[in-house]
Design a protein around this ligand. Structure first.
Ligand code: SF4
Length: 340
């Protein structure tokens, strides 16, 4: 079993079952995530028999790097998992430090029309260990400390709810990587029951929802998940989340040329958000992929959209473009390696 999927509580229980002091769980967490050991033999504070037992019960497996592309502000990694499935992660240099966009599944069943990952059906969920190991592998390869994590790579995180929550527990643990919950974002295409469940968790990160249209007809074309969870139900889930947390909800909106970037679309979005002041809109210029049939909005259309939302006193940002020159949009690098 890969040790990187164990929460602190699980490790404490493990030591208890061995007849050891459960506090050793915290020591092990420090060794794994602060000292970054690569072999249990390096834990000098544990006696030799205990180190051997750990090596018998657990592995320290990281994914293997297949290829890596770098430009001035982003670095994209294609990793092979133990069963040879391929996943992607993107490291981005932000003003506040390094941010990592991780995959949560091999492939994705959500079939969003503009997304390369949606071309590959879900093969399987990633385990919490495989998510944590992606982060550790990137830190090891780049020697950079990751301070922010977004679950926005390949996969729908809420289609892999339990492993995603275990991953959040592991990376936010103070004795380990200690990534603050404010710096962990789960991005969903709008799985309503999971949004509600997430808002009721004792610990959870931030929430981002890929919206991309405030019109059910267009959104269902772009995102088939909308047929199951239409906007009226989605916004009720947002309200429930806002009522149970003190957090904001980030609404992601990819601007697609001549499709969802008109003044009327902006007005429709403003109406949908209404007076939900803790909803923020993040506008994203589409990262054009080969043969997708979608194009990035012109800058004047993006700015017009932005201005209209501002006139409605909404909090709006336009996301910096990361890795536009290196196929950084979700699933593009994997798509270059695999054919369907
Ligand atoms: S955008 Fe996200 S949810 Fe939609 S198909 Fe791509 S990976 Fe899946």
């Amino acid at each position: 079993m890969n040790i990187y999927g164990q929460t602190l509580t699980q490790l404490e229980n493990y030591f208890t079952t061995l007849g050891e002091n459960p506090a050793k769980g915290k020591l092990l967490f420090r060794s794994l995530y602060q000292e970054k050991i690569t072999d249990f033999a390096q834990i000098s504070s544990f006696k030799a028999t205990l180190r051997c037992q750990l090596a018998k019960d657990f592995s320290l497996t990281l994914p293997k790097l297949v290829t890596q592309l770098t430009d001035h502000n982003a670095c994209k990694f294609l990793f092979a998992l133990e069963d040879s499935n391929l996943i992607e992660a993107v490291l981005m240099q932000q003003k506040f430090g390094f941010s990592l966009c991780l995959s949560t599944q091999v492939g994705c069943n959500m079939a969003c029309a503009f997304c390369q990952s949606g071309r590959f059906k879900k093969v399987r969920n990633l385990s919490a260990a495989e998510m944590t190991a992606q982060l550790l592998a990137v830190e090891q390869l780049t020697q950079n400390k990751i301070v922010n994590v977004v679950l926005m790579g390949i996969g729908e995180p809420f289609d892999n709810y339990e492993q995603v929550m275990a991953f959040i527990h592991i990376i936010s643990q103070a004795q380990g990587l200690s990534i603050g919950l404010r710096h962990i974002t789960v991005s969903t295409c709008g799985i309503v029951p999971a949004i509600i469940q997430y808002g009721h968790e004792p610990i959870h990160g931030q929430l981002a929802i890929s919206l991309h249209s405030a019109n059910d007809q267009l959104r269902s074309q772009l995102m088939p998940a909308n047929r199951r969870y239409p906007l009226s139900e989605l916004m009720l889930a947002v309200d429930d989340y806002l009522a149970h947390t003190r957090k904001k909800v980030m609404l992601e909106y990819i601007l697609l040329k001549d499709l969802n970037d008109s003044s009327a679309c902006a007005e429709e979005l403003a109406r949908l958000i209404g007076n939900r002041r803790r909803c923020q809109v993040n506008l994203i210029r589409y990262n054009e992929t080969q043969n997708s049939g979608f194009y990035a909005s012109d800058w004047d259309r993006c700015l017009n959209f932005y201005q209209i939302l501002k006139q409605h006193h909404l909090t709006v940002t336009i996301r910096r473009e990361f890795g536009a020159t290196l196929n950084a949009a979700c699933g593009q690098l994997r798509a270059d390696y695999e054919t369907i």
